[in-house]
Design a protein around this ligand. Structure first.
Ligand SMILES: CC(C)(COP(=O)(O)OP(=O)(O)OC[C@H]1O[C@@H](n2cnc3c(N)ncnc32)[C@H](O)[C@@H]1OP(=O)(O)O)[C@@H](O)C(=O)NCCC(=O)NCCS
Length: 246
């Protein structure tokens, strides 16, 4: 994993605990995942998660010295075939804009882009929690569902984050945010002013990172731009309808 990601488009060298935690929270499914092995060494991998009738590619890579031999393609097609055998309907993944090799590979396997996702860092100029109150995840997730115009991606889904016990705020006028002073997983509100208040409330616990904001959410995008947020990554979400194997 560390070797395969040593030349990745963004620095990504997690320690073992961080890597295990990320796999576990996303629902890593060993039965759905595959490695390529040569001389007893893992030289390529497709780490996959399962939830209901969906599968999700958590991470994939081929060690630097073994690239260009078709390993990633074979790992991917094997994982897709296994998904078909297991009655899975769709396979999902995200790829960072600029990782042309990986995107080419996923398209070759039959994945298509479903939407663009933006990642932001925000050092909020005026943190303030006066119009919001702390609440629990179940209440807040329910409120967000009511106001949201788009689905969170796999890593921000309520099932993924429920074990992490994130800090949540509820707005008095309708709206909520999950994740404060760190990773914001979900945010939605009935009106733009409430959205702004929620970001200000979450920022009272520290600087914010928003991963995978649907780029079609114009309200949230303009608000983040107005607050001086730095859009540091753009990703494409991709989906494949898994061919069923009767
Ligand atoms: C992307 C990655 C997994 C490809 O692994 P690989 O085993 O070399 O891929 P394959 O040999 O199976 O290549 C399959 C196809 O992708 C293309 N491809 C792979 N890497 C490419 C690159 N850097 N640029 C352009 N095309 C590339 C190959 O040309 C081939 O297509 P073709 O048959 O039409 O020529 C590997 O480069 C890697 O580990 N990168 C770093 C980690 C990473 O980006 N992971 C994906 C995160 S979403």
């Amino acid at each position: 994993m560390l070797d395969a990601f040593s030349d990745y488009i963004v620095p990504f060298q997690p320690d073992a605990d961080m890597f295990k935690a990320a796999l576990n929270s996303r629902g890593f499914d060993p039965e759905a995942s595959f490695v390529a092995v040569e001389n007893d060494e893992v030289i390529g991998f497709w780490n996959v998660a399962t939830r209901n009738a969906k599968r999700y590619l958590i991470s994939s890579g081929t060690r630097v010295g073994h690239r260009g031999r078709g390993l990633a393609f074979r790992l991917g097609t094997t994982a897709i075939r296994a998904a078909g055998n297991a009655g899975i309907e769709s396979f999902w993944l995200e790829v960072i804009e600029g990782n042309a090799g990986a995107e080419h590979l996923y398209r070759k396997m039959g994945f298509d882009v479903t939407r663009k996702l933006d990642c932001y860092r925000l050092d909020h100029p005026s943190p303030d929690r006066s119009s919001c109150r702390l609440s629990d995840l179940a209440t807040v997730a329910h409120t967000i569902q009511r106001y949201a115009t788009w689905e969170p991606t796999w890593q921000n889904a309520t099932e993924t984050i429920s074990g992490a016990n994130p800090t949540c705020f509820l707005h008095e006028k309708g709206g909520a945010i999950i994740g404060a002073g760190g990773l914001v997983h979900q945010i939605a509100a009935g009106e733009p002013a409430a959205l702004a208040d929620l970001l200000a409330a979450a920022a009272t616990a520290g600087a914010l990172t928003l991963v995978n904001v649907d780029s079609a959410d114009r309200e949230l995008r303009s608000l983040l731009q107005a607050l001086g947020a730095d859009r540091f990554i753009v990703q494409s979400e991709m989906r494949l309808s898994v061919p069923s194997i009767a």
